[in-house]
Design a protein around this ligand. Structure first.
Ligand code: FS2
Ligand code: SF4
Length: 532
């Protein structure tokens, strides 16, 4: 195996013995083979014409290989076999010998084949820079596929998006790739990802309403309980419907927190609150949670024996030995919740505020603009992105807590758990901490930044706004590519830079976009940004 797609990759270079995330070598190699077969499918779809099966396979197949989604070799093998069938159908009888050989392989042989077609093979072949840029494009596509899959689940699709996936998979599999070609394709991924995030926003808000500022309880309520993690709003909605009147309280976990702001989700009285922190704390928090747990997308970690019998996966998530359920029937989850003890008493009253999507934030824009003009708001910081286990991530807590009182902090994704339960106060009624939502709600942040720029008759780069980003997995990669596509400069990125970006590729990004790593000290970075 060789995998270097996420921020916690071993030694900052690549996982080659066992994934730090828990991905075993066989699953990793099977995932690389799946990506290669998806490239064959994309190439055929691009050159000969696509099919409904090919369009959906590409989204689901790529999403399957995102960090912390699927750890089950049997399930990855089943997606590979589905991809074989789609490839065969698109090829229309013109099968290559190599494809016929692959189809005849057992799981071990498929994994062995996968070990020859992953990022390591590309680095050996093209060198660190070009090989890495090819995988930058693939990782960006994986992230965009995740958002496109969520959008598709809510009925939002676009033929141009499917066509782009096929073309991009075709382009990365060509023999004659170049540094310039991969760089411009990476920015195209960013462009298409913006469109996909807009589609997902339309799916989420069109189905469940525009988020509104909402106070969310972050302590338990006495009674039976189900915890829902991941990003899929439809899974949460279906679970809420199926648990209505059953005496079970539902709690959000991780990236599900912003769901409390959506009118059609918050309307369920038994959606009582949020439990726990970001994904990397789940083993100790799930161990203590006295109910059933449902994982809807990433990020799942190796379940401990203490809760393996009451954690469930759905959709594309999988862990060997963990029961998989379909959203059409959550009764095994409900049964497990009823059998578990539940919370024995109420926790203390503690709430946090969520629900500042683009609609709610733009509704406050006239007041915000006035406060900026009066000098009462000096600067905005978007502290967005993923959380993770590394100690260097304390930088983001330091940054938020040290930000002066005349600055406003916008958050999105799970990195906010490092500081979102602290008190930040307000500036003349405008909360100093505004949570815009999940990682895909980077779309909201972009909308707000563009509107603010219009109001101040300037461009986004000239606003008193700094982007302090934390990355972990491939959705963060496609969001970063979107920001670069929009020409946004001076992004600070941490806690470490992607291993797949070589020093040479980094120099190109620094020259063009002035992107830079976060500094060792949040205080120093704040001082530099604010010029004080
Ligand atoms: Fe956090 Fe994990 Fe949201 Fe990422 S819950 S790192 O997948 O997409 O962010
Ligand atoms: Fe390693 Fe991250 Fe790949 Fe897991 S996803 S194997 S931790 S690089």
């Amino acid at each position: 195996m060789f995998c270097y797609q996420c921020e916690q990759t071993a030694g900052g270079r690549g996982c080659s013995v066992m994934g730090v995330c828990g991905k075993d070598p066989k699953t990793s190699d099977l995932q690389d083979l799946l990506v290669k077969v998806l490239c064959d499918v994309g190439s055929l779809a691009h050159t000969k014409g696509s099919s409904r099966e090919a369009d959906l396979l590409v989204l689901e197949g790529l999403f399957t290989t995102v960090t912390n989604v699927n750890f089950d070799p049997d399930r990855v093998e089943s997606v590979i076999r589905r991809a074989f069938q789609v490839r065969r159908d698109l090829a229309g009888g013109q099968m290559m010998d190599q494809w016929l050989e692959e189809e005849a392989m057992d799981q071990e042989a498929l994994a062995a084949k996968g070990s020859q077609v992953g990022p390591k093979a590309d680095m050996d072949r093209y060198g660190e820079t070009l090989g890495g840029l090819k995988w930058l494009v693939i990782y960006g596509l994986k992230g965009t596929a995740a958002y496109a899959d969520h959008a598709h689940i809510l009925g939002q699709e676009d033929p141009e998006v499917f066509a782009f996936f096929h073309r991009a998979l075709h382009q990365v599999s060509r023999e004659d790739i170049t540094v310039d070609g991969m760089l411009s394709l990476a920015l195209e991924v960013g462009k298409v990802n913006l469109k996909v995030m807009e589609m997902l926003d339309r799916g989420n808000t069109g189905t469940y309403g525009d988020p509104v500022p909402t106070r969310v309880r972050v302590t338990p309520v006495k009674g039976k309980a189900i915890l829902v993690s991941g990003h899929d709003l439809k899974d949460l909605y279906e679970l809420l419907k199926q648990t209505e009147g059953k005496g079970i309280n539902v709690y959000t976990h991780g990236e599900m927190l912003p769901c409390h702001g959506y009118p059609k989700l918050k309307a369920f009285g038994h959606l009582v609150g949020n439990y726990g922190g970001a994904w990397q704390d789940q083993q100790k928090e799930f161990d203590r949670f006295p109910g059933a747990i449902l994982m809807t997308t990433n990020c799942i970690q190796r379940p401990l024996d203490s809760y393996k019998g009451r954690i469930f996966t759905t959709g594309l998530v999988a862990w060997p030995g963990v029961r998989h359920v379909d959203r059409s029937d959550f009764s095994p989850v409900i049964q497990a919740a009823l059998e578990a003890p539940g919370f024995q008493e109420d926790g203390e009253d503690k709430e946090i505020l969520v629900g500042f999507g683009h609609n709610a934030t733009l509704a406050a824009a006239p007041k915000v603009i006035q406060l900026v003009k009066e000098g009462k708001i000096r600067h905005f910081f978007l502290i967005g992105g993923c959380d993770g286990a590394k100690s260097g991530r304390n930088y983001y807590t330091d940054f938020a807590t040290l930000a002066p009182k005349d600055t406003v902090i916008l958050t999105l994704a799970c990195g906010k758990y490092r500081f979102n339960k602290l008190e930040f106060g307000d500036i003349e009624g405008i909360p100093r901490l505004l949570d815009m939502g999940q990682c895909n709600d980077a779309y909201s942040a972009i909308r707000v930044a563009v509107e603010l720029a219009k109001a101040f008759d300037t461009d986004v780069n000239s606003l008193p706004l700094s982007l302090i980003l934390s990355w972990y997995e491939q959705k963060a990669v496609c969001i970063l590519l979107t920001l670069l596509h929009l020409g946004i400069k001076n992004i600070r990125l941490g806690p470490s830079l992607p291993a797949f970006i070589s020093p040479e590729a980094l120099k190109v990004l620094q020259d063009s976009f002035h992107i830079r790593p976060i500094g060792p000290s949040a205080q120093e970075d704040l001082r530099e940004i604010l010029g004080a």
